[in-house]
Design a protein. Structure first.
Ligand code: SF4
Length: 316
C-alpha cells in the first residue's frame, strides 16, 4: 500500500488540461501537408498510398488535380518518402473534425499557370507552417473547435466548457458509443477518453449504456450489413435532439473497406452525420475536438426541437 502511495506521488497529476496541450501530442503523426510549389503532379505518392487516399486526375491536358481524402488517410507517411521533390511533409495536425464530408477533401490543381490549392492554400498560412513543424506549435495558435470557444473566439477552459454543457442540457452531455463493424482501433482510443489522462468526465461529457439516455451517438466502423439494422434501431431509440458523430476513417467514409459488398461504406450512408472525425485511429484529443464541434451543433437543434414541441395556440 505504501509503495502504491509513493508511486502515485512520484507520478503526480497526469490529466491533460484541455484545451491547452502538454506537448506530448507533438510525437503523434497527423495529416500530410503538400507544398503546391514543389508538387509536379507526377503521382509517385498516389502509387504508394496503401489506402487510396491520394488520387491524381488528369482533367484536360495539361491540367491535373492532386487530391487527398483525409477520411481515407492512415497517416503512414509513405507518400512523404515517395515524393522525389519533397512536396509532401507529414505533420502532427490530427485535430481534423469536420462538419461535412467534403471538407475532408483537400486538393491542388496544376495548370499552365502553376499550382493552386483548395482546402489548403497555395501559400502556407502560419498555422500550416506550425502544423508541418516548420515553426514550433504554440498553444495560443491551436485551432479551437466550435462549441469550445466563446463568441469572441476565446477558448473555454474546463470550468466554462462544463458550464456551457450544463447550460445547454442542465446536465452532462451523454454519449452512446456504438461499434458498427469496426476493427477496434478507434474503440480503444474512445475508451482512453475515460482514463486519467484525457478524463472527459471533467469536461461534462459522460458515456451511457442506453441510447434512450443519450444525446450523441458516437459510431465507429464502416457499418457492416449485419449491424446496419442495429445502428438504425439505436438511433431511433434516442430522444431528439440527437447528434451523430462518425469516428475514424471507416465510419467517415468506409476507409479501406469502401466498395465492399459487406459494408454500407460509412455512417452517412445510413444516418445524418453531424461531425466527422477522421484518423485511423483518431487521437483521443481529436475525438474530444469532434465531440466539442458536435456540441456547437447541439444548440440550434435544441432550439428547433423546442419550436416543434411548442403546442399550437388556438382561439378556443
Ligand atoms: S500518409 Fe495518408 S496519403 Fe500518405 S501514403 Fe499514407 S495513407 Fe496515403
Amino acid at each position: 500500500m505504501l509503495n502504491i502511495l509513493r508511486a502515485s506521488r512520484r507520478t503526480g497529476r497526469v490529466t491533460e488540461s484541455y484545451p491547452e496541450r502538454s506537448g506530448v501530442e507533438a510525437a503523434f503523426r497527423g495529416r500530410p501537408w503538400i507544398d503546391p510549389a514543389r508538387c509536379n503532379a507526377a503521382g509517385a505518392c498516389a502509387d504508394v498510398c496503401p489506402s487510396g487516399a491520394i488520387t491524381l486526375t488528369h482533367l484536360a491536358l495539361p491540367v491535373s488535380r492532386w487530391q487527398l481524402d483525409l477520411a481515407r488517410c492512415v497517416f503512414c507517411g509513405l507518400c512523404e518518402e515517395a515524393c522525389p521533390h519533397g512536396a509532401i511533409k507529414m505533420t502532427n495536425g490530427f485535430e481534423l473534425a469536420s462538419r461535412t464530408r467534403e471538407d475532408l477533401i483537400v486538393g491542388v490543381t496544376h495548370g499552365p499557370t502553376g499550382a493552386g490549392g483548395s482546402g489548403q492554400t497555395a501559400t502556407p498560412t502560419e498555422e500550416e507552417e506550425v502544423e508541418r513543424g516548420a515553426v514550433p506549435r504554440r498553444m495560443a495558435m491551436a485551432p479551437q473547435p466550435a462549441g469550445s470557444s466563446d463568441p469572441a473566439g476565446q477558448p473555454l477552459g474546463r470550468d466554462r466548457l462544463n458550464a456551457r454543457i450544463r447550460g445547454l442540457l442542465q446536465r452532462s452531455l451523454h454519449v452512446r458509443h456504438m461499434a458498427a463493424g469496426s476493427d477496434n482501433s478507434t474503440d480503444w482510443e474512445i475508451s482512453a477518453l475515460l482514463n486519467p489522462i484525457y478524463d472527459v468526465q471533467r469536461l461534462g461529457i459522460d458515456f451511457v449504456a442506453s441510447p434512450r439516455h443519450a444525446d450523441l451517438l458516437l459510431v465507429t466502423g464502416a457499418v457492416t450489413r449485419h449491424l446496419e439494422p442495429a445502428l438504425m434501431a439505436t438511433y431511433e431509440a434516442m430522444p431528439a435532439p440527437r447528434l451523430v458523430v462518425a469516428a475514424g476513417d471507416e465510419a467517415c467514409g468506409g476507409g479501406v473497406l469502401e466498395g465492399s459488398y459487406a459494408v454500407a461504406g460509412g455512417v452517412d450512408r445510413c444516418l445524418p452525420v453531424d461531425v466527422y472525425v477522421p484518423g485511423d485511429p483518431p487521437h483521443p484529443q481529436a475525438l474530444i475536438q469532434g465531440l466539442l464541434v458536435a456540441l456547437g451543433r447541439l444548440e440550434p437543434k435544441i432550439r428547433r426541437t423546442e419550436l416543434t414541441a411548442r403546442p399550437v395556440e388556438t382561439n378556443e
